[in-house]
Write a protein that binds this ligand. Structure first.
Ligand SMILES: [Fe+2]
Length: 260
């Protein structure tokens, strides 16, 4: 199966992602080996830190990446990972962010070093993005709940029309046991739309590992579920279409206690 990776810091020399062009080429090679046919480059954009000149620089660098990747038969698309902090409104007003290539989808993240903030704050951020005409894709949702996932809260995000992305590395256990359990709980409850790599390097744990994750997950989940998460929904996003919910085959016991 071919995969589309909607979240990765492949555009070099911008953030804490891939540091050099040389390493970006290595990361692209690894993506190719992992059957990744398209990448959305999503450098961190931090409101209050980055300005219009920075955003233009990010776009130029993504175009350089696109040129290199085209020789490896990998498509590259524009994007960013907008960090939602107290200055976010300024960035929103001034269009200092990069939506996913010609679509109304915008990848956003919260601070992974602490528990997801209070409802009024987080939900307000997302609502503001929504009313500006963008659909938030919430990056690595499993990483914001150090005391266990709040399924109801994630379900509310989905009810509001937001897209839920889980990191491949979380499913491999790179971010610890709780994050891993959170990721699987989300999957088992059908509360994930996309699995992406959040690639930061060409070696180590934060790499383009979709083939490895696919092989692991295929022991537990059916082909169509994984195709929806790793190809169909990413393609829907690139085509500015609605994403699909996954239908996870759950055991009788789990169905009996299904939450709604
Ligand atoms: Fe990221």
């Amino acid at each position: 199966m071919q995969f589309i990776d909607i979240h990765g810091h492949y555009a070099w020399g911008i953030d804490d992602g891939v540091p050099s062009q040389k390493e970006a080429i290595e990361a692209l090679k690894l993506a190719k080996e992992n059957n990744i046919s398209a990448i959305i480059a999503t450098p961190h954009v931090v409101p209050g830190t980055h300005n219009e000149t920075d955003i233009q620089h990010f776009k130029n660098r993504i175009n350089e990446l696109k040129e290199i990747a085209s020789h490896m038969q990998i498509q590259v698309f524009q994007g960013c990972e907008l960090f939602l902090n107290h200055d976010y409104n300024n960035s929103l007003q001034n269009q200092q962010f990069i939506p996913i290539e010609n679509t109304s989808y915008l990848l956003v993240e919260f601070d992974v070093r602490k528990e997801l903030g209070k409802e009024y704050e987080v939900e307000d951020y997302l609502y503001e993005i929504d009313i500006k005409g963008y659909t938030p894709i919430i990056a690595h949702v499993e990483r914001y709940f150090p005391n266990g996932i709040d399924l109801e809260r994630v379900e509310e995000f989905i009810d509001n029309g937001y897209v839920i992305q889980v990191n491949a590395s979380s499913l491999l256990g790179v971010h610890g046991k709780t994050v891993k359990n959170n990721a699987y709980e989300l999957l088992n409850n059908g509360l994930v739309h996309v699995i992406a790599t959040d690639t930061h390097r060409s070696t180590g744990h934060r790499i383009p590992c979709l083939q490895e994750v696919y092989q692991l997950l295929s022991k537990k989940y059916d082909y169509q579920t994984l195709k929806t998460l790793m190809y169909d929904n990413p393609l829907h996003i690139l085509e500015n279409e609605s994403v699909e919910a996954i239908e996870v085959n759950q055991s009788f016991f789990k169905k009996l206690f299904k939450r709604r």
